[in-house]
Design a protein around this ligand. Structure first.
Ligand SMILES: *Cc1c(COP(=O)(O)O)cnc(C)c1O
Length: 464
């Protein structure tokens, strides 16, 4: 058994190994999944492990784990490392509070509430607004849907579903919408997927037409999930126009900003969510554009009563002191809840709101650089649009799935592919605000060099 002091010494040693490794090998040596258990000793045994062996196995695990903080990781909608946020998260682990009551979380409650209050003020929600930190963007969508359902049928909480509810989202929205419809008792078949325009944005007139049809057929339109930054193209649904419709028909409007909702921190890009103050709820993931460690998702609600009505439950053994405003378990999904707020707060506190703006603006600038590069080079085809940090492209008509897999298997760079309408393409995401212009240009260079050296990559007809 060892004490925390010696483990912190070990921690520092391991961190040094990791940071050096990231510099030397920005893409981890890939272990074939079939050989995983033969390559590293992951086994759990009856006997204790001696310290030196323990350290050595930890090093093996660290160096072979995919490196998401380096300048060659572009695979998902997160990346990089904001060190002040890492600091906050390390402290949260050491403190190990649970966010349900003031009694056990103390000032951490104020930290979470300050982030929520400031965020509500930035988007223009009123004095009755509040929010919570769900486990992620999928859970934020789920909690919004449950509030919408309960708002439409106040008896639902007690008696279960009694109305034929239908909900709306665009074809390009996040897949959690389908799962959530099933969890919430609405049913996957009762989602209406609204057509998106040629740039991936929900078409408001199609939404209204569908609502009119549903009303005529006796369905109960309950919820619209609009997206601020669709997962593949990074497109922004027109919130103002959608709000005109949800207000007219009395439907809950949730804006899923998991990917790009953090544009609210930049006066340059905030116009992409014009009308956000008219929504009933809004969520954004600080672990995506703001670079905090996973997970850090913020759900804001225009009327906090809705959050309370859907998620509170009396529990005498838990809520023994202080009021509801300080006992955050009254508005959360979980009981025990990890402190996801502190890491965002340490980041925000240290760089200020201006610093958050800089993180956002930097990503759009990197996106412009990437888009320009693709546009000005005839070997590339571009599939994405302005005002997006997803740069979708194909190179020399090489099948993007083959290319991305080959880049990964050869430890060149980690990037994924996506599809929109009939096209499949490589999706470069410029979400790591620590990157600079040369990192983006280097990404293209390593791809080009790899293709040059790998002549057998299959070509397909793309862009037809
Ligand atoms: C990432 C994403 C989600 C899911 O968020 P998680 O935190 O991964 O659950 C939801 N919606 C959109 C638009 C996303 O990009």
């Amino acid at each position: 058994m060892s004490d925390i002091n010696s483990d912190l010494v070990l921690f520092n040693e391991l961190v040094e190994v990791l940071i050096n490794e990231e510099k030397k090998h920005p893409v981890a040596d890939r272990i074939d999944s079939n050989k995983l258990y033969d390559s590293i000793d992951l086994s759990l045994n009856a006997s204790a492990m001696v310290d030196e062996d323990f350290k050595s196995v930890l090093k093996d695990v660290l160096v072979s784990t995919p490196k998401t903080a380096t300048n060659l990781f572009f695979n998902q909608l997160f990346g990089g490392r904001q060190s002040k946020a890492v600091l906050g998260d390390l402290l949260a682990v050491l403190l190990n509070n649970s966010m349900y009551t003031y009694k056990v979380a103390g000032p951490q409650v104020g930290i979470e509430q300050e982030i929520i209050r400031q965020s509500c003020a930035i988007i223009g929600y009123g004095s009755q607004s509040n929010g919570t930190f769900p486990t992620g963007g999928s859970m934020s969508n789920y909690m919004a849907l449950v509030m919408a359902r309960d708002a439409k049928d106040t008896k639902c909480r007690l008696e279960g579903m009694s109305k034929p509810m239908v909900i709306y989202t665009s074809k390009e929205s996040h897949y959690s919408n389908a799962k959530n419809a099933s969890f919430a008792g609405i049913g996957r078949n009762n989602i209406r997927y609204i057509q998106a325009d040629s740039e991936g944005r929900m078409i408001p007139t199609n939404l209204e037409q569908q609502i009119i049809t549903d009303l005529r057929e006796g369905f109960v339109p309950t919820y619209v999930n609009a997206t601020a930054g669709t997962t593949v193209l990074g497109a922004f649904d027109p919130i103002d126009k959608i709000a005109n419709i949800t207000e007219k028909y009395g439907i809950w409007l949730h804006v899923d900003g998991a990917y790009c909702g953090s544009v609210i921190f930049s006066d340059t890009f905030k116009h992409l969510v014009n009308g956000i103050e008219r929504s009933d709820s809004f969520s954004y993931n600080a672990h995506k554009m703001l670079g905090t460690p996973l997970t850090c998702s913020i759900l804001l609600v225009n009327d906090k009563k809705m959050l309370h009505d859907s998620f509170s439950n009396e529990a005498d053994y838990l809520y023994q002191t202080d009021g509801d405003d300080f006992n955050l378990g009254k508005t959360s999904f979980q009981c025990g809840r990890r402190n996801d707020a502190l890491k965002f707060w340490t980041l925000w506190k240290s760089v200020g709101t201006n610093g958050l703006k800089h993180l956002i603006d930097q990503q759009f600038e990197l996106a412009d650089i990437a888009r320009e590069y693709v546009k000005s080079n005839p070997d590339y085809t571009l599939y994405s649009f302005e005002d997006s940090i997803s740069i979708c492209f194909n190179y020399k008509n090489i099948d993007p799935t083959t290319l991305c897999t080959a880049l990964y298997e050869n430890q060149i760079t980690v990037v994924g592919f996506g599809a929109f309408e009939d096209n499949t393409f490589v999706r470069l995401v410029t979400i790591n605000a620590n990157n600079e212009k040369h990192d983006i240009l280097n990404f293209f260079k390593v791809i080009e060099e790899f293709v040059e050296k790998t002549p057998h990559l299959t070509r397909v007809e793309v862009g037809v």
